[in-house]
Design a protein around this ligand. Structure first.
Ligand code: T5A
Length: 207
């Protein structure tokens, strides 16, 4: 792949969407062509799967079904958008990717992580991010940042679930320090962006 995939990860309220917006605006100023997508979603079929996944009425969804639906949404997004855009040599910013399934369904829900990685290779066509930002925040603090919003099916889960998700992300970052940049999300938006932009500049050779 000629292009560059950059992913943004973190638990609820970690501020990754905020940072993506800042990165998008920054790269636009630098005259870079950037495509932004989110997971689950980003294309019509995947947005429909997103509705099923996040619907609070789907209380009976099994962990296996949940895992496969996240993967199905990802497979469609990769095929329709991510793979062709990367082949064309462009930059893709993705709000969540395979690491989310490892953290939320694997560490959070106890689904076999090896199975997730194996199905993940199939769903992503073995595409991996060049760099992944993991915005690390205490789960309780993150949830308090979004307490004014209507909670979706995943956000409604108990604090101990969100603590396991955070632990999962920490493990992912520990195992792949070259790709995954652990960033303390307990700083101001500007302080966090200053760290992020240094990595972006180095990766994309922006001077
Ligand atoms: N999921 C997803 C899985 O379980 N498995 C998977 O494989 C995938 C792909 C998606 C849900 O699906 C789950 C994870 C999620 O639960 P979503 O609606 O897309 O749901 O939600 P999120 O991805 O969690 O994204 P959000 O936009 O809701 O939250 P963010 O990105 O964490 O946070 P953000 O930037 O919106 O900020 C939250 C609040 O904090 C403030 C912001 O202004 C905002 O009010 N804020 C800060 N406040 C203080 N200091 C800072 N530094 C701040 N930065 C932001």
């Amino acid at each position: 792949m000629k292009g560059t995939l950059i992913t943004f990860e973190g638990s609820e309220g970690s501020g990754k969407s905020t940072q993506i917006e800042l990165v998008r605006a920054y790269l636009k100023r630098k005259k870079k062509t950037v495509l932004f997508v989110r997971e689950p979603g980003g294309v019509k079929i995947s947005e429909k799967i997103r509705d099923v996944l996040l619907d609070v009425k789907n209380t009976k969804m099994s962990s296996e079904c949940e895992t496969l639906l996240y993967m199905a949404a990802r497979a469609q997004l990769v095929e329709e958008v991510i793979a062709p855009v990367l082949k064309a040599g462009k930059i893709v910013l993705c709000d969540r990717f395979l690491d989310s399934t490892v953290a939320y369904q694997g560490y959070g829900n106890g689904v076999d992580v090896r199975a997730i990685k194996s199905i993940g290779k199939f769903a992503t066509q073995t595409i991996k991010p060049e760099i992944t930002f993991f915005f690390d925040i205490d789960a309780k603090k993150g949830l308090s940042r979004i307490k004014g919003r209507a909670k979706d099916r995943i956000e409604r889960r108990a604090l101990r679930y969100h603590n396991r998700v955070r632990k999962g992300y920490t493990e992912i970052a520990r195992k792949e320090p070259g790709r995954v940049k652990l960033i303390d999300a307990n700083q101001t938006k500007e302080e966090i962006f200053a760290v992020v932009v240094k990595h972006i500049d180095r990766l994309l050779k922006i001077h």
